[in-house]
Design a protein around this ligand. Structure first.
Ligand code: 3Y8
Ligand code: NAP
Length: 249
C-alpha cells in the first residue's frame, strides 16, 4: 500500500501535494515549523523536526512510508542529506523534487559567491542600500557590515529587532510579483540585491525586478547536496510514483 511522505516548504511541494490530493493518494506533507502559519495543504500535514536521521528513519518505519519525496528548498541541505540517509537505511524509494538553479540572463549584473559568509565579505566598502532577500535566519551575519542601509523581508514579525543598526523590515511571504518587487526596490532606492540561488518561480520576481531596474545582484550559490535521484517537475515525480509502485519498490 503506497504511503508517500513529502518534505515540503516550497512552491513545488505544494503543487505536488495538490495533485496527490486530487488523486486521493495516501500522502503526508511535512514542515519544519519555521514559520507561524505555514500554508494550509490539501493533505494531512505534520510540523516539526524528526530528530535527525534516526528520528526520520523511525518515522519512515513506524508510519510505513513507501515513497519519500524531498521537495525542500535547495538550501535545506541538512534535511536533504538526512532524507537520503534515512531512505537508504530503511530501504525505501527516494526522489528529490528540486528546481534548476537560476542562470543570469543577458544584461544581468550578477556577482556569484559561495556562501552567506562570502556575501558578507563582498559587502566591504562604502554605504549602500541593500535588499537582503534572504529571510530571517542569516541576517545577523550581516552585522559585520553595519555601514549599509538594509531592506529585510521576513515571513513573520521577529521577536526582537534584527541586529542591523540601519534597516527597514517588510513582513511578507511569497510567491512575490515582479511589479511588487520593482515598487519595493524603487521605494527603498535599493542599489544592490543579495539573494540565494533558490531557483523556481516563487522567489524569481526580485531577479526580474533587479533586471528591469538595472541593479546588481549578489547571488549566493547553493550548498552541496548528496548524490540522489532528482527531478525538476511534478510530472516526473508522478511517473516515478506510478512506475515504482508497479514494481513494488
Ligand atoms: C516554512 C511554508 C508555497 C511555498 C512558498 C519557494 C517560494 C515563497 C520565496 C524573498 C525570498 C526565503 C524564505 C522564500 C520563498 C516560497 C515558498 C519561499 C524566500 C515558506 C514556508 C516556510 C518557509 C521558511 C522560510 C525560511 C526562509 C525562506 C523566506 C509556507 C513561506 C528567504 C528563502 O522566518 C523564518 O525562519 C523563515 C525561514 C527558511 C529562509 C531564511 O533563512 O529565513 N523560507 N517559507 C517551511 C517549514 O516550516 O518547513 O508557509 O508556505 C515557503 C516559501 N518560501 O507552498 O507557496 O518555493 O521557495 N522563503 C530564499 O529563497 O532565499 C524569500 O524575500 O525574496
Ligand atoms: P535545514 O537547515 O536543511 O534542516 C534543519 C533541520 O530542520 C532538519 O535537520 C530537520 O530537523 C528540520 N527540517 C527541515 N525541513 C523539514 C521538513 N520539511 N519537515 C520536517 N523537518 C524539517 O532546513 P531549513 O533550510 O531550515 O528549511 C526549513 C524548511 O523551510 C524546509 O521545509 C524548507 O523547504 C523550507 N525553506 C527553506 C528555505 C531556505 O532558504 N533554507 C527557503 C524556503 C523554504 P530534524 O533533524 O530534527 O529532523
Amino acid at each position: 500500500m503506497t504511503n508517500i511522505l513529502i518534505l515540503g516548504g516550497t512552491t513545488e511541494a505544494s503543487a505536488l501535494a495538490g495533485v496527490l490530493a486530487d488523486r486521493r493518494a495516501r500522502a503526508t506533507l511535512s514542515y519544519a515549523g519555521r514559520v507561524a502559519n505555514p500554508r494550509v495543504q490539501p493533505l494531512p500535514t505534520r510540523v516539526g523536526g524528526f530528530g535527525g536521521v534516526a528520528g526520520l528513519a523511525r518515522y519512515l518505519r513506524e508510519q510505513e512510508v513507501t515513497h519519500l519525496v524531498d521537495a525542500t528548498h535547495p538550501f535545506a541541505a541538512t534535511m536533504s542529506a538526512h532524507a537520503v540517509a534515512a531512505a537508504r537505511e530503511q530501504g525505501i524509494a527516494h526522489i528529490a523534487l528540486t528546481r534548476p538553479a537560476w542562470e543570469p540572463a543577458a544584461g544581468d549584473r550578477w556577482q556569484s559567491v559561495a556562501s552567506v559568509e562570502a556575501a558578507v565579505a563582498a559587502l566591504v566598502g562604502p554605504r549602500r542600500r541593500v535588499m537582503l532577500a534572504l529571510g530571517r535566519m542569516h541576517v545577523s551575519a550581516f552585522a559585520a557590515q553595519p555601514q549599509h542601509r538594509y531592506l529585510l523581508r521576513f515571513v513573520d514579525a521577529p521577536q526582537e529587532p534584527p541586529a542591523l543598526p540601519d534597516h527597514a523590515l517588510v513582513i511578507d511571504r511569497g510567491p512575490f510579483s515582479v511589479d511588487g518587487d520593482v515598487d519595493l526596490m524603487q521605494s527603498h532606492a535599493i542599489d544592490l540585491v543579495v539573494c540565494k540561488n533558490a531557483g523556481g518561480s516563487g522567489a524569481e520576481a526580485k531577479l526580474i525586478a533587479a533586471r528591469r531596474l538595472g541593479l546588481p545582484v549578489l547571488m549566493i550559490d547553493r550548498p552541496a547536496l548528496p548524490e540522489r535521484r532528482a527531478v525538476h517537475d511534478v510530472e516526473a515525480v508522478l511517473h516515478w510514483l506510478d512506475h515504482s509502485a508497479d514494481r513494488g519498490v
